[in-house]
Design a protein around this ligand. Structure first.
Ligand SMILES: Cc1ncc(COP(=O)(O)O)c(C=O)c1O
Length: 408
């Protein structure tokens, strides 16, 4: 049998994943600071979320390639509630954002074409791009009082085969919003090079409130708003979905909103419709239910916001109480994660392995394409008791390692 080059992945278990599996199977305790599945994190969902499944409409099958119009209207109402005007006709529903990305890659790229992705960022893109034979070009951002696109690097990374830029707004894991001013430069960059702009806004509703994190200056509204509210005549595709908006990753519903210049926008929607029609993958029950769920988003988001705010306050208190401040955190404006700066003693995977040996499981920063030493990422959605216990283990372990290294 012949395998495609695009699936020629290294499928070996990583040393880190192997160590975690071994530790768990031997019954040793692990405090998991990477959990971000809202159900597993004990975020309660409103009981009425089950009710839509009793609606006989869930058993009907009347597929619309772009997704049921009533479901798209509910998404448009969600945006209207955030002051953004979007028409149901501008939208295609997908099963999760991964499918949204794969549709966009297929629509925009021929095999071997490239897409620029500022890093650090979300790691799933690599496999999605491989699966569509698209080359992802990581473009490191600059970190200087926040994160910024590096225009020199962006310019140097464009080739005649570049087709798009992907931006995660707010970014995961850094939690920064792309400021309004920078998006203006980005629109100009895309226009100049004839590129589409794909903006992933799955965390848009999770701005950290400065009251919860008093070290933060409030994010200006213009910086925290959707790209759909920003002016720029480029082909813009905003991707979002209910895995974060409603804390329902298991329901697999996301969307692409096409905006920007005509006639490209209409042409793009027609092509996306054919792609979606080829799969018709979004289930009827979830399209029926989302009309009833989206108006309740604030209930879920409040629970998640409380968890994140509580853990962030606990994190800041624990960091401030360190006898020696070996660990600090990067300021963030939004999202579900905290990025920790630690002494650059070992590369991050080795550090994560050593922390696991002491009973705490964290993401190495390199998982999100952070520089390879000195960074860890923890989930602020972790249930509070585990978060506190994991943090104590982490801080004690890092301090012990740093002190041992210092006395050598
Ligand atoms: C930036 C970003 N986009 C998309 C997703 C996943 O979304 P979905 O579950 O809709 O595929 C994640 C998951 O963590 C994410 O971090």
């Amino acid at each position: 049998m012949h395998f495609s080059r695009r699936t020629d992945w290294n499928t070996d278990t990583t040393p880190l994943a192997r160590a975690l599996a071994e530790r768990r199977s031997s019954g040793q305790a692990v405090v998991d600071l990477t959990v971000s599945n809202p159900r597993r994190c004990g975020i309660p969902l409103p009981e009425q979320f089950l009710q839509p499944f009793l609606d006989p409409a869930v058993l009907d099958y009347d597929p619309d390639p772009r997704g049921q119009r009533a479901a798209r209207q509910a998404v448009a109402a969600y945006y209207a509630g955030r002051g953004v005007s979007v028409e149901p006709e501008q939208m295609v529903l997908t099963t999760g954002t991964s499918e949204a990305y794969s549709f966009l890659f297929r629509m925009l790229c021929d095999p071997g074409d490239s897409v620029l992705v500022p890093v650090p960022g979300y790691p799933l893109f690599d496999y999605l791009a491989d699966a569509e034979s698209v080359q992802l070009v990581p473009v490191p951002m600059l970190r200087d009082h926040g994160w910024h696109l590096d225009w020199q690097q962006m310019e140097q990374s464009v080739t005649p085969r570049t087709r798009a830029v992907i931006l995660v707004h707010p970014n995961n894991p850094t939690g920064h919003f792309t400021p309004a001013e920078e998006s203006g430069q980005l629109f100009a960059f895309c226009r100049r090079h004839g590129l589409a702009l794909i903006v992933d806004e799955v965390f848009l509703d999770y701005a950290l409130e400065s009251t919860l994190a008093p070290t933060l200056a409030p994010t200006p509204e213009a910086d925290a708003c959707s790209f759909l509210a920003r002016q720029g005549s480029v082909s813009l595709f905003v991707v979002s979905g209910i895995s974060k908006i409603l804390g329902l990753p298991q329901m697999k519903l996301a969307w692409i909103v096409a905006a920007g210049s005509e006639p490209e926008r209409q042409q793009a929607l027609e092509r996306l419709e054919v792609l979606a029609d080829t799969f018709l993958s979004v289930s009827t029950p979830v399209q029926v239910a989302v009309r009833r769920w989206l108006p309740e988003a604030a209930v879920v988001q409040q629970q998640i916001g409380q968890r994140i705010g509580g853990n962030l306050a606990a994190l800041d208190a624990a960091l401030a109480a360190q006898p020696v401040r070996w660990v600090s955190r990067l300021e963030a404006q939004a999202g579900w994660y905290a990025v920790l700066r630690i002494p650059a003693l070992h590369d991050d995977e080795e550090m994560a392995l050593r922390l696991l040996e002491r009973g705490v499981w964290v993401h190495p920063g390199s998982f999100f394409s952070m520089p390879s030493t000195g960074w860890l990422v923890v989930s602020l959605l972790t249930p509070e008791p585990e978060f506190g216990a994991g943090l104590r283990l982490l801080l004690e372990s890092v301090a012990a390692m740093a002190e041992a290294a210092g006395s050598r």
